[in-house]
Design a binder for this molecule. Structure first.
Ligand code: RFL
Ligand code: PHB
Length: 389
């Protein structure tokens, strides 16, 4: 097989990159380890920054999002029973779109199918070769056969557990990591959302998040110790814990129901540098992970894809390689900004096992600053709704 750009991973980053490149006449092949049903069964991100919304529109996949997505012009932060509303529209003039990653991925698959994309599912033993040459290649097993793709560039969009990042020689990369001493237990239920906006709740029993997918589909999370297993949590225990952590004025109207998905995700901040090695360019979770608190993971994948697609289009259309050469630096500058925001929001809203009275006062003063200082609110809103790219 021959193609311009071989894309490893058919999650949102890989699919969006392929969609943008194909629209510019650049050929791609996507290799995905899992089945399509498996990719679409993963319940992940829920909040799209405005820049991501515009990028999806430019990729020609914005129609259903415009009809079914929910525009949010603010969010709420709570500390025990104290609720603070932050108005993004008023403080920075921007909004976000609540539209699930599952739906974004479904829309991308549909557009890619319509465009005649080559997406191979169930591939195994993917290996990258000759990355420092102009003629790299990818080998893999598919339907019990060993196959090979000759290409000019490789995009590593294969998530945190993929093989792309670790193909870069260990002495050429550096990892920066912070592991948080807890995870998020998430539940999806066919119930109306408890509040019209997302609520990030800091409670003495631990963090909770009230989110949503649509007017009859809610997504909730509670902070749990890393030792907890999903089987330890009955639906009833989950609802009881969530109710205790949300402010009383809100939790009184919580509607509960059977969970249709329940999972635990650990929280980590991770960046691997560089994001480019020869012909290999990394995007999304393959090279950085943020804790979900700031809703940045999918949005960072989207901004990486934006920079990389622009750089590849400049190469193929205008014979210009400066954007490709600068890709790693440009993308990393934005990655680190989102890292800082996700870390600071995590530190402000969670209860840490070794937290002292001093640490708690720091959280309270941060919330108080958001309440009383318009500059602090504006900085929060600019980061939450997304820095420009
Ligand atoms: P993905 O989605 O992990 O896709 C990578 C794909 O690569 C495939 N793969 C391979 N394919 C071929 N060969 C191999 N060797 C392969 N190894 C792996 C995998 O099967 C997979 O299909 O990465 P991508 O595309 O970079 O997308 C990143 C996002 O998925 C992620 O950042 C977000 O989900 C993070 N996230 C959130 N982000 C937001 O922007 N807003 C949110 O509100 C938000 N909430 C969340 C989240 C992540 C969560 N979890 C479970 C980690 C909430 C949660 C609970
Ligand atoms: C979600 O709806 O899954 C969600 C929303 C906001 C976050 C994280 C997850 O910060």
């Amino acid at each position: 097989m021959k193609t311009d750009v071989a894309i490893i991973g058919g999650g949102p980053a890989g699919l969006l990159l392929s969609q943008l490149l194909m629209r510019a006449g650049i050929s791609t092949v996507i290799l995905e380890r899992q089945s399509r049903d498996h990719v679409l069964s993963r319940i992940r991100a829920g909040v799209l920054e405005w820049g991501t919304v515009e990028l999806l529109n430019r990729a020609g996949v914005g129609d259903r999002m415009a009809r079914e997505g929910i525009l949010h012009s603010g969010c709420a932060l709570s500390s025990d029973d104290d609720l603070l509303h932050i108005d993004f529209q008023e403080t920075c003039g921007k909004r976000v779109m609540v539209y699930g990653q599952t739906e974004v991925t479904r829309d991308l698959y549909q557009a890619q199918d319509a465009a005649g994309a080559t997406i191979l599912h169930g591939v195994e033993e993917v290996a990258l070769h000759d990355l420092l040459s102009d003629t790299p290649s990818v080998t893999f097993r598919h339907n019990d056969e060993t196959k090979r793709i000759d290409c000019r560039y490789i995009a590593g969009c294969d998530g945190f557990h993929g093989i792309s990042r670790t193909t870069i020689p260990v002495e050429k990369r550096r990892a920066f990591e912070k592991i948080y001493p807890f995870g998020w237990l998430g539940v999806l239920s066919r119930t109306p959302p408890v509040h019209q906006e997302l609520i990030y709740a800091n409670h003495e029993r631990g963090f909770a998040l009230a989110s949503m997918r649509n007017p009859m589909l809610s997504r909730y999370y509670v902070q749990v110790p890393l030792t907890d297993r999903v089987e330890d949590w009955s639906d009833e225990a989950f609802w009881q814990e969530l109710k205790r952590r949300l402010p009383g004025t809100v939790s009184d109207s919580l509607v509960t129901g059977p969970s249709i998905e329940k999972s635990i995700a650990p929280l980590r901040s991770f960046v691997s540098e560089p994001m480019q090695y020869g012909a290999l360019f990394l995007c999304g979770d393959a090279t950085h992970i943020v804790p979900p608190t700031g809703a940045k993971g999918l949005n960072l994948a989207a901004s990486d894809v934006h920079y990389l697609s622009q750089a590849l289009i400049a190469h193929y259309r205008d014979n210009r390689d400066d954007l490709l050469a600068g890709y790693g630096q440009t993308a990393l500058a934005r990655v680190w900004q989102a890292m800082r925001f996700s870390w600071s929001m995590t530190m402000m809203t969670h209860r840490f096992p070794d937290q002292t009275g001093y640490d708690r006062r720091m959280q309270q003063v941060e919330l108080s600053q958001l309440r009383h200082n318009p500059t602090a609110r504006r900085l929060f809103s600019e980061n939450y709704t997304g820095l420009p790219f």
